[in-house]
Design a protein around this ligand. Structure first.
Ligand SMILES: C[S@@+](CC[C@H](N)C(=O)[O-])C[C@H]1O[C@@H](n2cnc3c(N)ncnc32)[C@H](O)[C@@H]1O
Ligand code: SF4
Length: 388
């Protein structure tokens, strides 16, 4: 089952990190209650699109930006709005992304009281020098305190780390990762540093002022990450996400299993199946324009149909991120096509794919080169004469 999830983008941050190209903005002040009310209005527009065939919400995710800048009251107001529009499943996963600064830790209990049952903390590193280089406003001790508090307040905790950082050695990363795993959380997101265009890091990299690991070193760090996390009982269930069995993020699984999700707030996107149509929704990116559009028209969303072949391509792309891979039989039934057998065989031979009981999955090495793998697979799909 791929479920239905609700994503809320909170676009504000206390400072802009030099590596980050998420839709995040620093604003001296804003009217939080007004923003939360507009989030609920845009959610209502999505619910209206779904009409009376609204699924239950299996997950709600507050992402950013920095949703931990929200007060518990604003989080509660948004969750009340979600509950007025959809039935929230009794076991729904309600996640909030939090930065580990002490000011934000002080709100953890309010979030729990508002209904949040999972926190995802942006730790990034447990090393003070690295945190400074990443432009973070918190130090290692603050981050550790946030993880400990998170564990005591929320039933489920995850945190994020970034590796393949400038000047990082295998040895230092292994020690840092093992230290992180010692906290015993059920879930860990471990991202390889990406130099995104138009960030301060991109400028530094162009000027030769970031000593980044070369491709082979980064690939070595990736393999090391897989080994260490697996040995600690948190194998990868997705390219960058590790969890104990059964503790994967339901919300993120909805994306990767190509389910339906509402996406509201500046820059958020969504995917909805309405009758036989696959719809893509895209919210206005700039915060102030988003607010103005929602206040004027009730929504900022642009809505478009995704063609059958584009949807099939997206489905393949999303499923192959997961270690469980793609159910070829279900895929053929849904889209009436499948990747060419000869390509699958060649990629199997190359050690990049596995095919077992009609389940196609990328190997850890395949997940490292996922984009080229998908380009190979998506080219000239084989169409089925009979769907099934
Ligand atoms: C949407 S961000 C929000 C998290 C939260 N605002 C924070 O910074 O703690 C989610 C995660 O993406 C990761 N991330 C952001 N930019 C990245 C980059 N350029 N390379 C690798 N990971 C990145 C970080 O680990 C971050 O915690
Ligand atoms: S990494 Fe997090 S805190 Fe930093 S700018 Fe991006 S969203 Fe904001």
């Amino acid at each position: 089952m791929s479920g239905f999830g609700v994503y809320i983008h909170w676009p504000f941050c206390a400072a802009k990190c030099p590596y980050c190209d998420f839709n995040s903005h620093v604003r001296a002040r804003y009217d939080e209650a007004r923003w939360a009310a507009c989030v609920v209005r845009e959610l209502a527009a999505v619910a209206e699109l779904q009409g009376d065939r609204r699924p239950d919400a299996g997950s709600v995710f507050f992402g950013g930006g920095t949703p931990s800048l929200m007060s518990g009251r604003a989080v509660g107001a948004v969750l009340d709005g979600v509950a007025r529009l959809w039935s929230i499943a009794p076991d729904a996963e309600i996640t909030l992304e939090a930065n580990p600064n002490s000011v934000e830790q002080a709100r953890f209990r309010d979030y729990r009281a508002a209904g949040v049952n999972r926190v995802s903390i942006g730790v990034q590193s447990l090393d003070d020098v690295a945190l400074k280089a990443l432009g973070r406003l918190h130090g290692a001790e603050e981050a550790k305190a946030a993880i400990r508090l998170g564990i005591s307040v929320f039933p489920r905790v995850s945190f994020d780390l970034i590796y393949a950082r400038p000047d990082q050695t295998h040895q230092a990363w292994a020690a840092e990762l093992k230290g992180a795993l010692n906290f015993g959380t059920e879930h860990l997101s471990v991202y390889q540093l990406t130099i995104e265009q138009a960030t301060a890091y991109a400028t530094l990299a162009r000027q030769g002022r970031l000593h980044l690991p070369d491709e082979d070193t980064a690939a070595g760090l990736y393999e090391l990450t897989q080994e260490i996390c697996e040995a600690a009982g948190l194998p990868a269930y997705e390219v960058s996400n590790h969890a104990r069995p059964g503790a994967a993020s339901h919300h993120n699984l909805t994306y990767w299993r190509y389910g339906d999700y509402a996406g509201v707030g500046p820059g958020a996107h969504g995917r909805l199946t309405v009758f036989e149509r696959r719809l893509a929704t895209q919210a206005e990116r700039l915060p102030e324009r988003w607010l103005a559009a929602v206040e004027e028209k009730g929504t900022s969303l642009t809505i478009g149909d995704i063609s059958r072949s584009d949807a099939a391509h997206e489905h393949l792309l999303m499923n192959l991120r997961l270690s469980e891979g793609l159910d070829l039989c279900a895929y053929r039934a849904r889209w009436g096509l499948s990747p060419p057998r000869a390509r699958i065989s060649a990629l199997k031979e190359a050690g990049l794919l596995t095919l077992k009981d009609d389940r196609l999955a990328a190997t850890p090495r395949g997940r490292l080169v996922l984009n080229s793998l998908i380009t190979e697979l998506a080219e000239k799909p084989e169409y089925q004469t009979a769907i099934g």
